[in-house]
Design a binder for this molecule. Structure first.
Ligand code: KG4
Ligand code: ZN
Length: 339
């Protein structure tokens, strides 16, 4: 089954052509980051307008790269939510229009489901598994029993890990989004240089909190401003990254023990982070858990990842009606009730 996948939940307009939910024939990602960076973060109205400009060319490019025409498509998978409503609507409407015009089925997919199954494009993971999803909007631990069957074990009660990275970067005067730059600068710094809190570390839950960490960086910067590039800036980045990784590792270890998991998937944009990849690798070796983290190119937002659950739904006749709408908020746990 050849599927066209479309993603427009935030600031990337993406389309991909994927065969059988496994083989990526093409994957095009058009980023709006340069535009939003001027404003220090994503501006929803600008995101929608940029998606409108890019959606048709991006889809055409994906078809050209894959060497297939519209008539070869057998289904469409698209992000239904969560995300910015106006941004979601652009990709969702394009998907519905193509499905209606071609007389093929379409499936509205949860954005985080895409992230969860991104590693399947390299090698499928056996069910059940524990998943840590760390992105700009999510920091969640899920028990994954199968496609559509997710149970949230823990989640952030305020900022997501990626959001914390981006806010900390902004405080330090870096351009949006600063996660990757903090990661790079952290390589040259001392992780023990600045004492920063590890919020909720031993609270007995699997929840996370990152807003206090951001405030601590703000307070440190008020007392000891750093300039970039510089050793002090590298030290602050390394200390921040160490605090984030400590919290993610301790909570993930607790979730592994609590759910007796033997497999862990780490996914989402922050899964690109070198410190986190190293830390999770050490943790899983210690606990005898099989670790899967996708290639960095598959961690960030892309459309190909949606074709994995999309293929499952379409090939099991779990189709979305053309009357379906986007949803800005969407609880992953509720999906199992609808399939
Ligand atoms: O999954 P994603 O592409 O979009 C969302 O669904 O949010 O994640 C984007 C987030 C941003 O906050 C970005 O700063 C962060 O991932 N990120 C990183 C790194 N690369 C991207 N954070 C830390 N280290 C990185 N290397
Ligand atoms: Zn994402």
């Amino acid at each position: 089954m050849i599927i066209l996948a479309i993603e427009t939940s935030c600031d990337e307009t993406a389309a991909a052509v994927v065969r059988d939910g496994r083989e990526v024939l093409s994957s095009v990602v058009s980023s709006q980051i340069a535009t939003h960076a001027l404003y220090g973060g994503v501006v929803p109205e600008i995101a929608s307008r940029k998606h409108l400009e890019s959606i048709a060319p991006v889809i055409s490019q994906a078809l050209r790269d894959a060497g297939v025409g519209m008539d070869s498509l057998e289904g469409v998978a698209v992000t239904r939510g969560p995300g910015l409503s106006g941004a979601l609507l652009v990709g969702f409407s394009a998907a519905k229009a193509i499905a209606a015009a071609r007389g093929i089925p379409f499936a509205g997919v949860h954005h985080i489901e895409g992230h969860l199954f991104a590693p399947f494009l390299e090698k499928p993971v056996d069910f059940p598994f524990l998943a840590l999803v760390v992105s700009g909007g999510h920091t969640h631990l899920y028990h994954v029993e199968g496609f559509g069957h997710y149970t949230t074990l823990g989640r952030t009660i305020d900022d997501a890990a990626g959001e914390a990275y981006d806010k900390c970067a902004k405080i330090m005067g870096m351009p949006y989004p600063g996660g990757a730059l903090i990661d790079k600068m952290a390589q040259g710094g001392n992780p023990g240089a600045v004492r920063l809190p590890r919020p909720l570390l031993h609270d007995g839950t699997l929840n996370f909190s990152f807003s206090g960490l951001k405030t601590a960086v703000l307070q440190h910067m008020a007392k000891y401003p750093v300039t970039i590039p510089g050793d002090e800036a590298n030290d602050l980045c390394a200390s921040f990254q160490e605090a984030v990784c400590d919290v993610l590792a301790v909570k993930t270890a607790a979730a592994i023990k609590q759910s007796s998991a033997v497999r862990l998937v780490v996914a989402g944009g922050v899964a690109c982070n070198n410190g986190l990849r190293r830390r999770m690798s050490i943790l899983c070796t210690q606990l005898g858990v099989e670790l899967t983290i996708p290639h960095p190119l598959l961690c960030g937002d892309n459309a190909a990842m949606l074709a994995v659950p999309g293929h499952y739904y379409l090939s099991h006749n779990l189709l979305s009606p053309l009357s379906l709408d986007v949803t800005a908020t969407w609880d992953m746990d509720s999906i199992k009730e609808s399939i």
